[in-house]
Design a binder for this molecule. Structure first.
Ligand SMILES: Nc1ncnc2c1ncn2[C@@H]1O[C@H](COP(=O)(O)OP(=O)(O)OP(=O)(O)O)[C@@H](O)[C@H]1O
Ligand SMILES: [Mg+2]
Length: 232
């Protein structure tokens, strides 16, 4: 397993947001983490990244205990992040935003030309300022920035949020492409069906706990189970 989250409890001040959350991602696996608003999905990502560290339990990445490491150390180990708000610097160009993401890790390095191969439009966007980009274009920048950090694992937080259905399909295709390139993926989504279509396994959260886990294709075809867990 490249990522092992083992019984973590996470708090915002006095308020407990995660209760004994355990999940794992295998090498080259795509895993989705689904659940209603406020279930604790983003908090799980924040705990993995050390942004809101777990108070109890353990997070292991690539064989190392990273539970209490600094966020920049965790990134340096090879965890990429595509945040829900995409978080590009609006007044900087695409080229500048991408150059900020460059890192060397023990995992496969990505060059700009590799990103242009995935996102053909990106090359022409390079001189543009990010504040003028569409949602789909901004998502290409956010994903490329994560890849240029040479990740072994990429955490996606609601990558389809605010995107047109066609662009959502492109993002999901990108996730499958990353898997083909050997990058492991944990994807948080509201768009359950789209995420399940590209995932190997799925976890469902509710009220800060994992309430279901299993193979993604099974949940995709089990309408009763899926509707009872996710409402869709
Ligand atoms: N900065 C914060 N301070 C206090 N409580 C927070 C904070 N961020 C999240 N929470 C609380 O933690 C719980 C889990 O929130 P989280 O953002 O992880 O949910 P989520 O599953 O990502 O939801 P969404 O689908 O709406 O993004 C919620 O009850 C939320 O109100
Ligand atoms: Mg969230």
């Amino acid at each position: 397993m490249i990522l092992e989250v083992d019984h973590i409890d996470t708090f915002y001040g006095e308020t407990q947001a995660l209760f004994e959350v355990s999940l794992n991602v295998g090498e080259g696996e795509v895993v989705s983490l689904l659940g209603a608003n406020g279930a604790g999905k983003t908090t799980t990502i924040r705990s993995i990244l050390g942004l809101t560290p777990a108070a109890a339990g353990q997070v292991r990445f690539d064989g190392a205990d990273i539970t209490h490491e600094q966020t920049h150390e965790i990134a340096q180990r090879g965890i990429g992040w595509v945040p829900d708000d995409r978080r590009v610097f609006p007044t900087l160009t695409v080229a500048r935003n991408l150059s900020i993401g460059r890192k060397k890790t023990r995992f496969r390095p990505w060059e700009l030309k590799d990103c242009f191969e995935i996102f053909s439009a990106l090359e022409y966007l390079m001189p543009r300022e990010c504040e003028n980009l569409s949602g789909g274009e901004m998502q290409m920048v956010a994903i490329s920035r994560a890849l240029l950090g040479a990740p072994g694992l990429v955490l996606f937080d609601e990558p389809s949020q605010g995107l047109a259905p066609k662009v959502v399909q492109d993002v999901m295709k990108t996730i499958s492409r990353l898997k083909a390139e050997g990058v492991s993926v944990l994807v948080v989504e509201q768009n359950a069906r789209s995420a399940l279509e590209v995932s190997d396994r799925v976890y469902v959260m509710d009220l800060g706990r994992i309430v279901y886990d299993g193979p993604a294709p099974e949940l995709l075809v089990d309408d009763d189970k899926r509707i009872s867990l996710l409402g869709v």
